[in-house]
Design a protein around this ligand. Structure first.
Ligand code: ADP
Ligand code: MG
Length: 240
C-alpha cells in the first residue's frame, strides 16, 4: 500500500530524512517511534506531500506520488491525516467539520454528507455533539471529531502524528480506543506515538527512527523485548 525508497528530505542545509526505505502493506498498522527531532513528523508529512521530498520515491498503491505530475490534492484525499493539535474549523459545528470536505472536494450532496457524517460521529461516539462548536468540546472529543473528519473522505490510509500528545491523561484512552477500532476494520495506519502500550497492543510493526534514519523495523514484541540497536535500547530505557 505504501512503498518508500531512499527518501531524503532537507530543509536548507539540514538533512532531516537521510534515506528511508520501507514498505507498509495494506491493512497494516505501524507505530513510528523515536526521539524528538528524529524526523517522524517530516516522514509522515512526506507520505501525503505536505512536505515535498528532496530525493527518493514514494508509492501509494500503484501511484508514484513523488512523480512531478502527481495531483497533490488527490493524494491527500487518499491519505487522511490527524495532527497533535486537532486543526478543526472553529467557526463550524462538529457535523459541518465532518461534512465540509466531502461536499467541497468530492461534490457529495449535503444530505449524503450529513448521513455519512452522522454515521462517522457514531463510530467515534459523538452523535450528541453534532451541533456543538469545537470550542465546547474537550480535547479528546476534538480529536475524535478530527478522526471522523479525516475518515469522511474515505481515505485508503490514515496517518496520525502524536494524536494524543496534547491531551490530558484522562482523555488519551478514548482516542486510542477509536484508533484501535479503526485498526481492526483493516485500515492501513501509520501512527507516530509515544504511547508504547498502543504500539505493543495494536501495531503490527514498530519503526524506530533516529537521526533521520530508520534504525529498526520489527514486530512490537520483538522490538520491545530485544531492541537490536544501542540507540533503540537507550530510547526505550528513557521512555519505559
Ligand atoms: P520529530 O517529529 O521526530 O520530532 P520533525 O520531523 O518534526 O521531528 O523534525 C526533524 C528536524 O527537522 C528537526 O530538527 C526540526 O527542527 C526540523 N524541521 C522540521 N520541519 C522543518 C521546517 N519546515 N523547516 C526547517 N526545519 C524543519
Ligand atoms: Mg513530530
Amino acid at each position: 500500500m505504501i512503498k518508500v525508497v531512499d527518501l531524503h528530505k532537507s530543509f536548507g542545509k539540514l538533512d532531516v530524512l537521510k534515506g528511508i526505505t520501507v514498505k507498509i502493506e495494506q491493512g497494516e498498522v505501524v507505530a513510528i517511534i523515536g526521539p524528538s527531532g528524529s524526523g517522524k513528523s517530516t516522514f509522515l508529512r512526506c507520505l501525503n506531500l505536505l512536505e515535498q521530498p528532496t530525493r527518493g520515491q514514494i508509492w501509494i498503491g500503484s501511484q508514484e506520488i513523488t512523480n512531478r505530475q502527481t495531483d497533490m490534492m488527490k493524494v491527500r484525499e487518499k491519505v487522511g491525516m490527524v495532527f497533535q493539535h486537532f486543526h478543526l474549523f472553529p467557526h463550524m459545528t462538529v457535523l459541518e467539520n465532518v461534512t465540509y470536505a466531502p461536499i467541497k472536494v468530492k461534490g457529495m450532496s449535503k444530505s449524503d454528507a450529513e448521513t455519512q457524517g452522522m454515521e462517522l460521529l457514531g463510530k467515534v461516539g459523538l452523535v450528541s455533539k453534532a451541533n456543538e462548536y469545537p470550542s465546547r468540546l474537550s480535547g479528546g472529543q476534538k480529536q475524535r471529531v478530527a478522526i471522523a473528519r479525516a475518515l469522511a473522505m474515505s481515505p485508503e490510509i490514515m496517518l496520525f502524528d502524536e494524536p494524543t500528545s496534547a491531551l490530558d491523561p484522562e482523555m488519551v484512552k478514548e482516542v486510542l480506543e477509536v484508533m484501535k477500532s479503526l485498526a481492526y476494520t483493516g485500515m492501513t495506519m501509520a501512527v507516530v506515538t509515544h504511547e508504547m502500550g498502543f504500539a505493543r497492543e495494536v501495531a503490527d510493526r514498530v519503526l524506530f527512527l533516529d537521526g533521520g534514519q530508520l534504525i529498526e523495523d520489527a514486530p512490537p514484541n520483538e522490538f520491545f523485548a530485544s531492541p537490536k540497536s544501542k540507540r533503540a535500547q537507550e530510547f526505550l530505557e528513557k521512555v519505559l
